[in-house]
Design a protein around this ligand. Sequence first.
Ligand code: GCV
Length: 694
Amino acid sequence: MPVLSGRRIGAVAIVATVLVLGAGLRADTGYDLWLRYTPVPDTAVRAAYRQAATAIVVPRGSPTAEVIAAELKRGLTGLLGADVPRVDRPAAAGAIVVGTPSGSPLVAALGWTDALTRLGDEGYVIRSATVAGFPATVVASNGEAGLLYGAFHLLRLIQTRQPLAAADITARPRLARRLLNHWDNLDGSIERGYAGRSFFWPDRVDARVVDYARANASIGINGAVINSVNANPQSLTPPLLEKAALIAGMLRPYRIRVYLAANFAAPKQIGGLTTNDPLDPAVAQWWRAKADEIYKLIPDFGGFVVKANSEGQPGPQDYHRTHADGANVLADALAPHGGIVMWRAFVYNAEVDPDRVKRAYAEFVPLDGTFRANVFAQVKNGPLDFQPREPFHPMFGAMAKTPLMAELQITQEYLGWSTHLAYLAPMWKEFLDADTYARGPGSSVAKVIDGSLDGKRETGIVGVANTGRDANWSGHDLAQANWYAFGRLAWNPDLSAATIADEWIRMTWGDAPEVVATIRSIMLDSRETFVHYTMPLGLHHLIGGDHYAVMPENADARRADWSAIYYHRADAAGIGYDRTRAGSAAVDQYRAPLREWWNDPATTPDELLLWFHHLPWDYRMKSGRTLWDELVLSYRRGAEEAKGLETRWTTLHGKIDEERYQAVLVKLRRQSDEAVAWGDKCIRYFQAARARRP
Ligand code: GCV
């Protein structure tokens, strides 16, 4: 009997798997994300789409036009199971006609120019019209970016089985800058990355970057910070800038601009200066020259993000200057080129206030009005650090003059890494929909960041990416949905978590009703489940140094506010952090009526109770149970719910491809085991704490 080599065994296994699974259930690594373009299975539906997409008309020439045409060809050919040719003008019914009024005489002839101008360069329409005498579907925009987004939207219509005929869609993004932050180090490691190493650094830049760009463009992401905010000063040296320029060149056709994280000490570290003082003319000159150098290499460079005087990073306070002094020196250097500074508000120096969550507000709000026009304060969604649940950061609604860029975390640093499932759109919606009351009721965070509340023109949002070199990009096949959801919410914060899940499932897993319904229910329950078995009732930071498993006993010797005991304060007297006026008074960083509601446990929602209050174990909850019983119930419930996610997933066996089915099942099993263990651990710990003298 011939002996099979490892490779041949692999090949035989693959062939066998394909035969067993059949065409609809091919083995799948997840690499194609939501851009799978598998054939529409229903032949009648597919035939209708074929009639509505007989040819592609995209004016030739620019790199963006070429990627639009290539994507439409790839997408339509895959979805319709037939070649869809690119032609110069429609010669029959059913052409997809793409163009701007200035680049396409066919589109100009439609007389839509004024309406398109009002939508801006990224907005678009998808509409049925008669073009060159034939019925066609037109994707039109004032700019090529809009055409790109419109083309992906058109493909999404087919991917989610919506009709093309009689399409009448008008869309424009609510936020202008929609960015990913990559915490990628120059050595290729990724801080808080759980999906493999960087595809930007250290040296290889492969074709994967193009697929990364396609995925981003499909959800409207238009910028990427390609190095970590814990910035290595070397990132601004010529060889690394050349590398950044190479990446920028790959992303540019997809309308994604490159941004860089800058180290505030770069003038000394790589420039040979004797100071980094932002008010020193030589320092200002150094940053101006550096900006000029960057723009020569990357003409559409977006700007800098800076983490200053935070977690050991250098900053203007090293020279007794303010955050505004620091941000402004960089802003002045970038302004002549149209660049921006994203100055992070993730600062929590202990001398500012004993309560860590109050510190950023205390430092930044008094500076409102002193930042240059091209400076954003980049603010995490909550005042602590990407916890499973936090109230919104009180800086939202408190800085009427400074553009605020919201920072979300797509990578699941505190939400079980890429091992546990936590679909984050419900959490982000909670944040975006939160009412700040800054200008009375209805002053949602979304209205703060989209500029409409205070009439701001600079708007943006950034997500810390969960991507890496893993075959499926995000480590967990279902975590791809968080990348997708971030982009969709950045485009339109009003979309619901369920709508986004629905789109993503149909594009990524198929449109069989039971598949969509099951995966959607699993996704929508997953974040609250995670909260229940880790940090229920407003508990936070119950973790150890790796930020994975719960560790309520953590008493970090380096800093009290890196521990868990600093936050939960559990002892015989009770549990929770008193942030009322009798405690740290953090409630007063919020507007009325929130500050009054949250000052009183009776009017604080259960979900935030122990964030704002230290309460006795026998405190009577709204449910009628004692606080202790409610806490135990949450942990037990979380474990049951995690088991439920796994059980629901098993009903999908045979209905989706085996490779991804098994990969997710393995993770959900581990999750439900750990949910039990983590809950048990917390209950044991708090049980012991109840016996501890205050
Ligand atoms: C990039 C938390 C994370 C750090 C991260 C920091 C930040 O502290 O644990 O890894 O550093 O946030 O956002 O700057």
